[in-house]
Design a binder for this molecule. Structure first.
Ligand SMILES: Cc1cc2nc3c(=O)[nH]c(=O)nc-3n(C[C@H](O)[C@H](O)[C@H](O)COP(=O)(O)O)c2cc1C
Length: 594
């Protein structure tokens, strides 16, 4: 049980209600069912906010050296490319890995984006969104010895408030070089962990879902950040979770004594696209392929490093501990290793910069920095059908292509899409309001049709591009319905459109294993991240919606059993700002002239 030293009282333990099957798949499904919100009953939580136990959103490792990254102005190198360019393969020049590019990477992935102030309260926002702004996600980077990089080889924890890297472990040059030898030169590893307590403090049992949504958003934010630098990125999901824990140090109990543990989520590899071309392809890599796993034995050797730092205490007391979160984290722990690899694209980047084409397109950095969640919509703003179709095109991964040839950010996600969109269209010029459906993987169409009310008409959406698998299911005013099923939140009805992300559920879980459960949320978060940025680029605003009534959503299209489950909602519209809030610059709390 996690408790920081100040507390003397025993926390209350909320145990899992049912304890029937010990099969991990049954356990994650039980969690999912138990944490549904119903019209007459929300998933279990404290029911009020206990401000005395509010978790610190900033983890630090006391005793670990902090190396500050340069705080770059928007007009300093590396400059970010026009927003549209990051989606065009090979059109962003590849930057070397150095402290400036690492600084931009973290700035766009996980850094502070602003401070908000209301009366005496102040809170930070970040480039990655988070349910309840609680930010359970912690970021790490693993660096080998790289020319142009002053940082020593090792594991670093990203400290967003300081925009710095804390040296957690110093790795032997030989061992890290051996581990990274299978990847393109200059490759680095990026890892994510979650502090479940941060979300559980407010949301109780449903928090495991939100932590994984947030991890998905962070994967998306990092992939986009990498794209602004001309870097590639892919999830190393062939590895088992023990290896992730070993490499990120989350298994080091002595460094987390009496404080909130971190749950190891995932590792990704990033590399400047240029470094994977030419001589390297023939020399180091089997067949020009990139592995999606690490050698567990090598990671074990590496973890015998010199470690630094003890994790700080985030809450002095914990009122209630939600056992079912630990149980689900354990049940979904990935134990299998798949020695998968993916072929790198063989084509050279075109790098054709067309000045005319870029006119009027905001720099990617501007879109990333200005991303915010809307708190209310005006109920009036509309978007054109062309804008709507463009947004949807961005979330189609083109599963028919090899992974590395899928459009950014879907080249990070080494799976076929398992999430499809049930769309509530309210104000899209040229489209009749009603229910629409985006089939993100056309080969799943029949399965989807058979998993819902078979009376539905699957009419190709009028005017939609031929390549966009968008269907019109029902005509009608769905504004009230959308708000009602989204925990009565007006933002779902006052928008231009909102949506529910329907995941292929028990079939895939039974097929793949319980470890697949968090990945469904990662995919939904990644998808949400694209929509957040697309909304900003279109001059409107988005909000992720984690609070919705699960089964009433399913009833709208009569989902059969657990074939499909809605995992996340989203809404996009014309924002109404809260004029009571003041906004301060992201690093206004620091001396910028370092
Ligand atoms: C997984 C997830 C679920 C969310 N659920 C809701 C929600 O139900 N209602 C809402 O108004 N905002 C929701 N939000 C928006 C967050 O409150 C918002 O991201 C957070 O306050 C940080 O603000 P920012 O996105 O402007 O940085 C959600 C965000 C995420 C990532």
């Amino acid at each position: 049980m996690t408790r920081c030293e100040m507390s003397t009282e025993k926390p209350i333990r909320a145990t899992a209600a049912e304890s029937a099957s010990t099969n991990p798949i049954d356990r994650v499904i039980r969690y999912h069912v138990q944490t549904k919100h119903h019209f007459n009953r929300y998933a279990r939580s404290l029911g009020f906010l206990d401000w005395t136990t509010q978790p610190d959103p900033f983890r630090r490792f006391e005793g670990a050296r902090l190396i500050r990254l340069p705080l770059l102005q928007t007009d300093e190198e590396p400059l970010s490319p026009p927003y549209d360019k990051i989606y065009e393969s090979g059109s962003v020049p590849s930057q070397p890995v150095n402290s400036r590019t690492l600084s931009r990477f973290f700035e766009f992935a996980l850094a502070l984006s602003a401070w908000k102030k209301a009366g005496d309260s102040e809170w930070a926002l970040r480039t990655n969104p988070s349910s309840g702004n609680l930010h359970p996600t912690e970021g790490y980077v693993i660096l080998s010895q790289l020319a142009g990089l002053v940082l020593n080889p090792g594991l670093y924890h990203y400290a967003p408030k300081e925009h710095g890297l804390e040296l957690r472990a110093e790795f032997s040059v030989d061992e890290i070089t051996r581990l990274m030898a299978l990847f393109p030169p200059s490759a680095i590893l990026f890892g994510l962990t979650s502090v479940h307590w941060r979300e559980a403090w407010k949301y109780g049992e449903r928090a495991f879902r939100y932590c994984n949504h947030d991890a998905g958003h962070a994967i998306g934010a990092a992939r986009v950040a990498a794209a602004t630098l001309g870097w590639n990125m892919v999830l190393l999901d062939g590895i088992d979770q023990n290896t992730v824990a070993l490499l990120l140090g989350t298994d080091r109990r002595n460094d987390f004594v009496d404080v909130e543990p971190e749950h190891p989520d995932c590792l990704c590899v990033l590399w400047p696209s240029e470094s994977a071309r030419g001589r390297w392809q023939g020399a180091n890599v089997r067949d020009g392929r990139i592995p999606l796993f690490l050698d567990p034995a090598m990671v074990k050797n590496l973890s015998n490093a010199v470690w630094h730092g003890k994790a700080n205490c985030l809450s002095r007391e914990h009122g209630v501990h939600w056992d079912i979160i630990d149980d689900t984290a354990e049940a979904s722990w990935k134990v299998n290793v798949e020695e998968r690899s993916e072929r790198l694209p063989l084509t050279s980047p075109s790098l054709q910069q067309s000045e005319e084409e870029d006119d009027g397109v905001a720099p990617a950095g501007q879109i990333i920095r200005q991303r915010r969640s809307a708190v209310a919509f005006d109920g009036k703003t509309s978007i054109t059908a062309a804008t709507f179709f463009r947004m949807l095109q961005r979330v189609v991964p083109h599963a028919e292509r090899p992974l590395m040839e899928r459009p950014m950010p879907w080249d990070v996600w080494p799976y076929d899409p398992a999430i499809h969109l049930l769309l509530f269209v309210h104000r899209v010029e040229g489209l009749t309001p009603g229910l629409y459906f985006l089939v993100r993987d056309p080969k799943k169409l029949v399965f989807l049709q058979q998993s819902m009310n078979e009376e539905l008409n699957w009419v190709p959406a009028p005017g939609s591009p031929a390549a966009l698998p968008l269907y019109w299911l029902l005509e009608g005013d769905a504004r009230k319905l959308a708000a009602q099923v989204s925990c009565h939140q007006d933002i779902a009805g006052d928008s231009t459109f909102s949506l529910g992300m329907l995941a292929e559920f028990d079939g895939l879980l039974r097929d793949r294993g319980a470890w697949w459960y968090p990945r469904l949320f990662w995919e939904s978060g990644l998808l949400g991240q694209v929509l957040y940025l697309e909304a900003e680029a279109a001059g409107v605003r988005a909000t992720g919606i984690g609070c919705f009534f699960d089964d009433p959503v399913h009833e709208i299209v009569a989902v059969k059993g657990l074939n499909l489950q809605s995992l996340y909602h989203f809404t996009i519209g014309g924002p109404v700002d809260d004029i009571r809030l003041t906004t301060l610059p992201a690093y206004s709390h620091m001396n910028k002239n370092r």
